[in-house]
Design a protein around this ligand. Structure first.
Ligand SMILES: Cc1cc2nc3c(=O)[nH]c(=O)nc-3n(C[C@H](O)[C@H](O)[C@H](O)COP(=O)(O)OP(=O)(O)OC[C@H]3O[C@@H](n4cnc5c(N)ncnc54)[C@H](O)[C@@H]3O)c2cc1C
Length: 475
């Protein structure tokens, strides 16, 4: 006999598992289905984020940053280490252990919140008056019945046309996170978040990294001044980034990969590398969901069509996260998951797309919220800008990391903060203050008048807010 639930969530990535927990907190009987398998074939909830995305990439960024510090920066602190070596297998094993801690944590949270977890692929079997039948194909095939269904099936890496990922020479994020040795030469196609983060990891470990980018501008979505500052730092580190290229034929052989491309001047070139990471974006994933069986509407990109509140075209079916429109970010997926669970409970779930923070965890880190200077210009908004360099921040000097700046953009008339952009140490943490400020519609002066701990990097945030009114105290 089929088991009946109030809410069935398909997918246990950050969108799905958080939706399941919130729905259970609100008193619903909840099932969550996820098909991800760990190396032993067991369940590995957490989705792309936990298994091959946010978490493992940050684990490797941390390990490689330690390595770089030990090699190049310990000496200035008076620490001598002799030759520093990297055991790649150990680094990968540590990353796998971090991933497992997160998988186990989610299974624990399901138990704690009484969410029934099913390991396998969930698909729509049929719709009936007042609900849906969901088939689970897994270790133990089951049929579940639910009044409400939340689809959170995430996304998959986009391959170059005609060049499939073999995860040996041509790597997606998955292969890029589990290379067994440092490649001598690494090519990356796409200088977005994933390309830059993965390129940084392997460059720090000794690979000669070349990133090919089709667009003529570096990090077009980032504030131009911030992107320029970041590019300067990456150039100095030896991360080669070629913009405005057109990738042609990609060939793989025993020795590696060759990539034919035309550079920005139109000159034909050949890049040879041991490995190639393709990071040209991700595509929404509805594989095996059997969306057709119930008439679930997809758009031309394959994303599930939803309204502003994540409602699909089917009554009682919702969709959140990477499988729908909007930024492909774990925290956006989570916010949508919470909001949908609350809407099902008749509450007013809310996601503010204007205050979703963005972070690139390179060194220096890049983080921002709100509009960039170029967007404000394009929108014809009168604004004031204020910047403060980390070079003039005492904590940054003590850390030995003075690259970058904090930049505020505020409305010229009302002083309301319209955007905050950071490149520099711990930008990922510093941006939270800006998000809170923007959620509360704070002015630049509000931040400038708040007491910030000394010495802290957050003083650069306060000073950048002061700079909007041209009254920095330390610069
Ligand atoms: C290398 C990399 C680094 C990243 N770093 C960051 C970062 O630092 N910060 C950030 O915010 N975002 C980051 N992201 C993006 C982030 O991982 C995604 O935005 C996020 O995982 C989306 O969450 P989701 O719940 O929508 O989907 P996913 O995390 O993709 O989860 C979907 C889940 O659904 C399961 N599933 C799919 N179909 C079915 C089915 N029919 N039945 C059962 N289960 C199914 C999948 O197995 C998967 O477990 C990164 C991504 C990559 C690739």
């Amino acid at each position: 006999m089929s088991q009946t639930f109030d809410v069935i969530v398909i997918g246990a990535g950050p969108g799905g598992y958080i939706a399941a927990i919130r729905a259970a907190q609100l008193g619903f009987k909840v099932a969550c289905i996820d098909e991800w398998k760990n190396a032993a074939g067991g369940p590995a909830p957490g989705g792309t984020c936990t298994n091959v995305g946010c978490i493992p990439s940050k684990a490797l960024l941390q390990s490689s940053e330690h390595f770089e510090h030990a090699q190049h920066h310990f000496a200035e602190h008076g620490i001598s280490t002799g030759t520093v070596k990297m055991d790649v297998a150990k680094m990968i094993a540590r990353k796998d252990a971090v991933v497992k801690q997160n998988n186990d944590g989610i299974l624990y949270l399901f138990k704690k919140n009484k969410v029934s977890f099913f390991h396998g692929r969930g698909s729509f079997a049929r719709a009936f008056e007042g609900g849906y039948e969901i088939a689970v194909a897994g270790d133990k095939p089951e049929t579940l019945v639910g009044k409400q269904v939340i689809v959170a099936t995430g996304s998959n890496p986009r391959a170059l046309p005609g060049v499939a990922f073999d995860e040996v020479h041509v790597l997606s994020n998955d292969g890029a996170l589990r290379m067994g040795a440092v490649p001598k030469k690494l090519a990356v196609i796409g200088s977005g978040v994933i390309g830059l983060e993965m390129g940084s990891v392997w460059r720090r470990l000794g690979a000669e990294v070349t990133i090919l980018e089709g667009l003529p501008t570096f990090l077009g979505a980032v504030d131009e001044q911030i992107a320029k500052e970041a590019k300067k730092a990456f150039d100095k580190q030896g991360l080669k980034i070629e913009l405005g290229v057109k990738v042609g034929e990609v060939k793989t052989g025993k020795k590696g990969v060759s990539i034919a491309y035309t550079d920005a001047k139109g000159e034909g070139k050949l890049l040879e590398a041991d490995k190639l990471i393709v990071s040209i974006g991700r595509v929404p994933n509805t594989n095996g969901l059997n969306a057709e069986a119930v008439g679930l509407k997809l758009d031309e990109r394959g994303a599930i069509v939803v309204d502003d509140e994540c409602r699909t075209n089917l009554p009682g079916v919702w969709a959140v996260g990477d499988v729908v429109r909007g930024p492909m970010l774990a925290h956006k997926a989570e916010e949508e998951g919470v909001a949908v669970a609350e809407r099902i409970a008749g509450q007013h779930g809310h996601v503010n797309f204007n205050t979703i923070p963005w972070v690139i965890y390179t060194s220096p880190e890049i983080a921002w919220v709100g509009r960039t200077e170029q967007q404000l210009k394009a929108d014809g908004v009168a604004y004031k800008a204020g910047t403060f360099p980390f070079l003039a921040n005492g904590r940054a000097r003590a850390l030995g990391d003075t690259t970058g700046m904090v930049k505020f953009l505020a409305d010229a008339k009302t002083d309301e903060i319209l955007g905050v952009h950071i490149v520099g140490p711990m930008a990922s943490e510093l941006i939270a203050e800006a998000v809170v400020a923007m959620e509360f519609k704070a002015s630049a002066e509000d931040i400038a008048r708040i007491c910030h701990a000394h010495p802290s990097l957050s003083e650069a945030t306060k000073e950048a807010a002061l700079a909007v009114d041209k009254r920095t105290l330390n610069f």
